[in-house]
Design a binder for this molecule. Structure first.
Ligand SMILES: Cc1ncc(C[n+]2csc(CCOP(=O)(O)OP(=O)(O)O)c2C)c(N)n1
Length: 764
């Protein structure tokens, strides 16, 4: 027991800390033994074989497409990525064969096999009704003809996505590296190495607490290269926490996630062993995160039955409440990173030949014959069937319509919001009375309390709203905004996280993909840069990349520390950075009334939202009705009307802009102050309307001037109101520098009331 857990006080006696052993290659049966033990049927064996064949046929099609050797579509010019998984088929087929239709997976840039196998085995398990729901166009078919038609459709949609066609799984927006099919629990392949791992972790958080998803597991495929990536290690640490593994939470059930490390021994175009890994077996990674090694095991990933066995046992461990599990699947990639990689710099043909001797398909085929599961003739027939199905699907995909150019940004945002909370999520359990927000007689409350009240109302309305971040639960967050919420809503909905900003945001994506509405807190906006992949490449892009087959309704709350003398890494106003990323909304309330209305809208919106809070505003009060209200995104607030100049300004700078307007009023200059409230979406019409009236405009914010969103306002106003302008459009922001700590320097760094007044005077 460590000193921390001992009641006897510190004990520094010499000792050795023992690590648990990690079993490797424990599977000691073969196909005949499984048959004899009746642990598998002949049909299941043939299903496994067919699944691997479909993957190989698909990958070999890509190979041949490059040289025109795939005759059925030799006229088609395939131009996309070529990350083939030939050699690794047993990992995908073995794992997916024992996942249920609703179990989930995440996958990688080398994920054709995972995607094909997940759909293939799900379709094999679907009832006729489910098959018809999936493909209503086959309603007239029944039995095997129906299943076969749906299977061919699966292959077709996969190839169509690879070819970037409108009929692909992601309507051609994502392509093969981002393929997903949420109807069978495929939450997406990911072209960011390791990017899918926190998403899988987040999804498993929902499987753990949601009554309907409760029986599901998430199988997270990621390569050996990924296990050197920060967010992956953050995810392992996250998943191992006792608050999720059962001991501290109401839900006594560990995270139902299988970290399936697909170790093909290569990162990209170099060896992984010895060059990037540092350990002989990647299963050792698990020992750094949990005393039980996350039940880690090394598995023969060339043997589909060994993989099937390991995943089956992992599922049983998870069903017993003792997840998560990490499995290293030892396999080999026959081709280069992509087809442009000749692979001779980092490995030999002799090495490849040694691995091909244990080829998952050839070895299994031999076993099928030896155990008399199928004759040579029957196997050939199956192989012909698979090749024919693939060829027909490929031809159809090559002929399928391309997306039309006018739709280039269609699906970037959804216009849906959660208007009605579906059962059983309405009226969640409240364990203790809700925290009381104290109001004066005039109903004024602080900006901090306004956000808190909005969150409480939304958490009371919808059980799918979760709140998490560093120390937000017991302590109430660094700014005490969430104090008391843990007691009311319980630790399954309000929880602390490790200091893992990437995993905080990435897991929120996974939760959102499962239909939940996570609200993640990042203590300072500066730390959002630690999570920039998860915000910008994951949260922002999945709705588009899947052709709108998922939404990502999450809120990332982050506060700006500027003005407190906290220096360069705790003071940045980065909203302009995120406004530049298509796919996310950006809100920045400037007062308590707006803060409550906007946080409620943010939580109900089906798009991912960066919700920026000004720390200097936390104690500012305004009148905030106790009753429910929301403020629509993209609706600016005219803070003060005027006729000579338009100030467009947001966040804490609004207060200063109003002061500047008062000074200018005394000089006879009438300023209209417009607070857009949200940068994305932006209320251009209100701004243009104002400038057409005043003829002058200054865009103001606390962002560093260079590259600030104020520049976008200057550009749009100039382009749209040119005829009405009496003067150039100006911008005022922070100096083009790094926020300093010194009071005098910070005062000079941030835009001042004088800067605003002077800008206005220069236009008159
Ligand atoms: C974050 C990130 N860094 C680098 C790359 C470029 N890249 C693509 S695949 C790859 C190697 C990945 O290795 P591994 O995770 O073992 O998967 P494998 O390719 O072997 O299937 C790299 C470095 C990337 N896509 N994402």
């Amino acid at each position: 027991m460590s000193n921390y857990y001992s009641d006897l006080g510190p004990d520094f006696k010499r000792r050795t800390i023992k690590l648990e052993n990690i079993p490797a290659y424990q599977y000691d049966r073969d196909l005949a033994a499984e048959l004899k033990a009746k642990t598998i049927t002949k049909e299941e064996l043939l299903e496994l074989y067919e699944s691997m064949l479909v993957i190989r046929e698909f990958e070999e099609m890509i190979l041949k497409c490059r040289t025109g050797a795939y005759e059925i579509i030799s006229d088609y010019d395939y131009r996309g990525p070529t990350h083939l998984s030939i050699g690794q088929e047993a990992t995908a087929a073995g794992a997916c064969s024992v996942l249920s239709v609703t179990d989930m997976i995440t996958s990688t840039h080398r994920g054709h096999g995972d995607s094909i196998a997940k759909g293939f085995h799900a379709i094999k398990r679907m009832t006729e009704t489910e098959l018809k729901e999936r493909c209503p166009e086959f309603a007239a078919l029944t039995g095997e003809a129906l299943r076969e038609a749906v299977m061919e459709d699966h292959v077709y949609r996969t190839i169509a996505e690879l070819f970037g066609k409108e009929t692909g799984y992601g309507k051609g927006r994502g392509g093969g590296m981002h393929i997903a099919d949420f109807r069978v629990g495929h939450l997406g392949a990911n072209a960011i190495v390791g990017g899918g791992v926190p998403i899988a972790t987040g999804a498993s958080m929902i499987c753990r607490i949601d009554p309907e998803l409760r029986r599901n597991v998430v199988c997270c495929f990621a390569g050996d290269g990924a296990y050197a990536n920060g967010v992956v290690l953050e995810s392992l640490n996250w998943a191992a926490q006792e608050q999720f593994t059962g001991k501290m939470a109401r839900t006594k059930y560990g995270l139902p996630i299988i970290f399936a490390v697909v170790n093909n021994h290569f990162g990209m175009t170099g060896r992984a062993d010895g060059e990037v890994n540092g350990v002989d077996y990647l299963a050792r990674r698990a020992a750094g995160f949990a005393n039980n090694n996350l039940h880690a095991e090394v598995v023969n990933g060339m043997d589909v039955l060994a993989v099937r066995d390991a995943i089956t046992r992992a599922k049983a461990t998870i069903a017993g409440g003792d997840g998560p599990v990490l499995l290293e699947l030892d396999t080999y990639r026959y081709y280069g990173h992509s087809l442009s990689d000749p692979r001779n710099e980092y490995r030999t043909r002799e090495e490849e030949a040694r691995w091909k001797k244990v080829d998952p398909i050839d070895v299994f085929r031999q076993q099928l014959k030896e155990a008399k599961v199928a004759t040579e003739k029957q196997l050939k027939e199956l192989e012909r069937k698979v090749a024919g199905r693939n060829a027909r699907a490929a031809r159809r995909a090559a002929d399928a319509p391309d997306p039309v150019p006018e739709d280039v940004i269609k699906h970037m945002y959804t216009d849906t919001i959660c208007e009605v909370v579906p059962e059983p999520h309405a009226k969640p359990e409240i364990y203790q009375p809700l925290p009381v927000i104290k109001r004066g007689e005039d109903s004024r409350i602080t900006y901090r309390d306004a956000i808190k009240e909005g969150i409480i109302e939304e958490m009371t309305r919808d059980r799918r709203v979760l709140l998490f971040g560093e120390d937000v639960a017991d302590y109430g967050g660094a700014f005490k905004l969430s104090k008391g919420l843990l007691e009311s809503f319980g630790r399954d909905r309000v929880f602390n996280t490790p200091i893992s900003e990437a995993c905080i945001c990435g897991s929120a994506v996974g939760m959102a993909m499962c239909g939940y509405r996570p609200v993640a807190e990042l203590m300072y906006m500066d730390f959002a840069l630690m999570a920039s992949d998860q915000i910008s490449n994951q949260a922002a892009k999945w709705h588009y990349m899947t052709g709108a087959s998922t939404t990502v309704p999450l809120v990332i709350r982050c506060s700006v520390g500027g003005g407190k003398g906290y220096g360069g890494q705790h003071s940045q106003s980065l909203e302009s950075v995120f406004a530049h990323i298509p796919g996310i909304c950006v809100a920045y309330p400037s007062n308590a009334y707006d803060a409550k209305g906007l946080i409620k809208t943010a939580i109900r919106d089906d798009n991912p939202v960066m919700f920026v809070e000004g720390q200097l505003l936390y104690n500012e009060k305004s009148i905030v009705p106790e009753t429910e209200y929301t403020i629509p995104f993209g609706q600016a607030n005219i803070v003060r009307e005027g006729s000579d100049i338009t100030f467009v300004v947001w966040g804490p700078a609004v207060r200063d802009a109003v002061k500047a307007a008062e000074i200018l009023a005394a000089e006879g200059v009438s300023v209209e102050v417009i607070d857009p409230r949200t940068l994305v979406p932006f209320d251009w019409e209100t701004v243009f309307g104002s400038v057409r009236k005043t003829g002058r405009c200054v865009a103001i914010s606390q962002c560093v001037d260079i590259g600030s969103f104020t520049g976008e306002i200057v550009s749009q106003v100039t382009a749209n109101c040119f005829d009405c302008l009496d003067a150039p459009v100006l911008k005022v922001g922070a100096k083009n520098g790094i926020a300093p700590q010194a009071y005098t320097l910070e005062a000079a760094f941030l835009p001042t009331v004088d800067d605003m007044v002077n800008a206005a005077r220069s236009l008159i």
